[in-house]
Design a binder for this molecule. Structure first.
Ligand code: F6P
Length: 537
């Protein structure tokens, strides 16, 4: 019995190999091979990826690459890039890579080339962004737009807000950007605090244009705008939509001419490089936006063409799987040593966990192995002063990604040296720790010494780039996107649907009228009934 994965030769070899390696210490590995820190690295498309501080040997890597081959990773990768309908549960192609394909290239979906449509939307976005920037686009009362409010949730929020925050340095500072996602009315109320409706543009971002939170916020935004602007004609100047659903956009009252489209072959969490990035483009301008697309595309090409052993996303994905499936690691941490990337871990949470949080194979069989890890993180150095303690001395193994930039966007010596010294030091401390003998040699009393021991042998990757430019942000995003793909391909799951979010939505729709009609009968379990009664008062 068992799945094809756990029955495969390479899986069994990895299992046996794990037995021989699990007690090997990174210290030993580095002592044995003094150039390990150079050998276990890849430098490509402007990313230096150091994976030497992982609990692996050459043999581990060979076995992992063998597993990837045995699971048909290369063919699956090509199937994605060439527009095959690999999202089988929804019968859709998976072509976020087409959103950043250069003009003139050809990517066929259902018999037609989608690249010209992609560029038509990008041009329309550029035209609109330029009009907002120059003040040519005027609000209903003739004033220029000063505030952009993106209303969207999940992939229609996390990408835009992450990219806006990450690239703020390149943004037009006389425009303000707000992001409303939560159905909690406080989110909307706070976002529009102090804004004038006549200077405010709402971008209603929703792939489906049916999402409860976004529709509720969009309706509230319309009421808020009309309260000041009075005239329903004002909507045309203050509301634009980003969606795949023209019918619903028109129904809402937004002129389809003011709609920026995308396609069902772009998953929500993979959509930030298309029209969902409209707020990003307005903020940083078309030129920087295209630089970001170029970075994404460079990484797409790297992933598509680099041999497995030199392929950044492949190695990342396999290392994640190694800890997840053999060491039993439950989580994966991501620590950007750059404050501008403070929403990057949140963005990655949707990307990784909505994608690979699946428990059945493409064929519908229950997996007999672990799938997606819990992703989490915070920028360094802040995390060092809160939860890093557990990573250093706790009982759990938490593979960690450190992301750093050689150059800061703000030249304020000595901050950058302090920042990067801390990042490098964390990887060093995690890997090599401090032994009891070393602690005692410092004259620490015996009673305290065990508390000061760092076991080490805690794995981490370090990614170094030159600076946090739009192009490099694009590379980082695509790098993680493809590592998710690698794992999904090996686990034989579908990283491109998200059926697990449905049940809660349906149940909420049942409960809404039960909260509003206080006398209606309720037939849930005793806990749910009690909570509803408590709220009804
Ligand atoms: O509920 C999950 C989800 O479908 C995400 O996958 C998606 O990014 C988000 O909701 C928002 O969806 P939409 O863009 O259609 O409003």
């Amino acid at each position: 019995m068992g799945s094809t994965l756990t029955n495969s030769g390479s899986w069994k070899s990895l299992q046996a190999h794990y037995g021989t390696i699990k007690n090997l210490h990174l210290k030993e590995l580095f002592e044995k091979s003094t150039d390990r820190g150079e050998r276990f690295t890849v430098e490509n498309v402007g990313i230096y990826f150091d994976y030497s501080k992982h609990r692996i040997t050459e043999e581990t890597l060979d076995l992992l690459f063998q597993l990837a081959k045995e699971r048909g990773l290369e063919a699956k990768r090509e199937a994605m890039f060439s527009g095959e309908k690999i999202n089988t549960t929804e019968n859709r192609a998976v072509l976020h890579t087409a959103l950043r394909a250069p003009e003139g290239s050809t990517i066929m979906v259902d018999g037609h080339n989608v690249v010209p449509e992609v560029h038509a939307v990008l041009n329309k976005m550029a035209d609109f962004s330029t009009k907002i920037k120059s003040g040519k686009w005027k609000g209903h009362t003739g004033k220029r737009i000063k505030n952009i409010v993106n209303i969207g949730i999940g992939g229609s929020d996390l990408g835009p807000v992450m990219a806006y925050e990450a690239l703020k340095h390149f943004s037009q500072r006389d425009l303000s950007f707000k992001f409303v996602s939560n159905v909690d009315g406080n989110d909307f109320a706070e976002a529009v605090q102090g804004l004038l409706a006549e200077e405010t543009l709402f971008i209603i971002s929703s792939k489906t244009f049916t999402t409860l939170e976004t529709m509720a916020n969009a309706q509230t935004a319309r009421s808020w705008a009309l309260e000041y602007l009075k005239d329903p004609e004002a909507i045309a100047k203050h509301f634009v939509a980003v969606s795949t659903n023209e019918k619903e956009v028109s129904k809402f009252g937004i002129d389809p001419n003011n709609m920026f489209g995308f396609w069902d072959w772009v998953g929500g969490r993979y959509s930030m490089s298309g029209a969902i990035g409209l707020s990003t483009m307005i903020a940083i301008g078309p030129e920087h936006y295209h630089a970001m697309l170029n970075g994404l595309h460079q990484m797409d090409e790297h992933f598509r063409t680099a041999p497995l052993a030199q392929n950044i996303s492949v190695i990342m994905g396999l290392l994640g799987l190694w800890y997840n499936n053999f060491f039993g690691a439950q989580t994966q941490a991501v620590f950007p040593y750059d404050k501008f990337l403070h929403r990057f871990p949140a963005y990655l949470q949707q990307l990784t966990m909505e994608s690979n949080g699946k428990g059945v194979t493409l064929g519908g069989e229950k997996t007999d192995y672990e799938t997606g890890a819990v992703y989490w993180g915070e920028p360094g150095t802040n995390g060092q002063h809160s939860f890093y303690q557990l990573i250093h001395q706790g009982t759990k193994i938490i593979p960690s990604d450190f992301i750093g930039f050689k150059e800061s966007l703000n030249h304020l010596p000595p901050h950058q040296d302090y920042l990067i010294a801390n990042m490098i030091a964390q990887g060093e401390a995690l890997a090599f720790g401090k032994t009891l003998d070393e602690v005692k040699a410092e004259g620490i009393p015996d009673v305290l010494a065990p508390h000061k021991v760092f076991g080490g042998n805690r794995p981490s990757s370090t990614f170094f780039l030159d600076r946090l430019s739009p192009e490099n942000l694009g590379k980082l995003v695509a790098m993680y996107e493809h590592s998710v793909f690698v794992q999904g391909a090996i686990w034989d799951i579908n990283p491109f649907d998200q059926m697990g979010v449905e049940l809660g939505k349906v149940l909420a729709q049942n409960i809404i009228p039960e909260l509003q009609q206080k006398d209606s009968p309720i037939h849930h379990d005793s806990s749910t009934n009690a909570l509803i009664k408590l709220y009804r008062g």
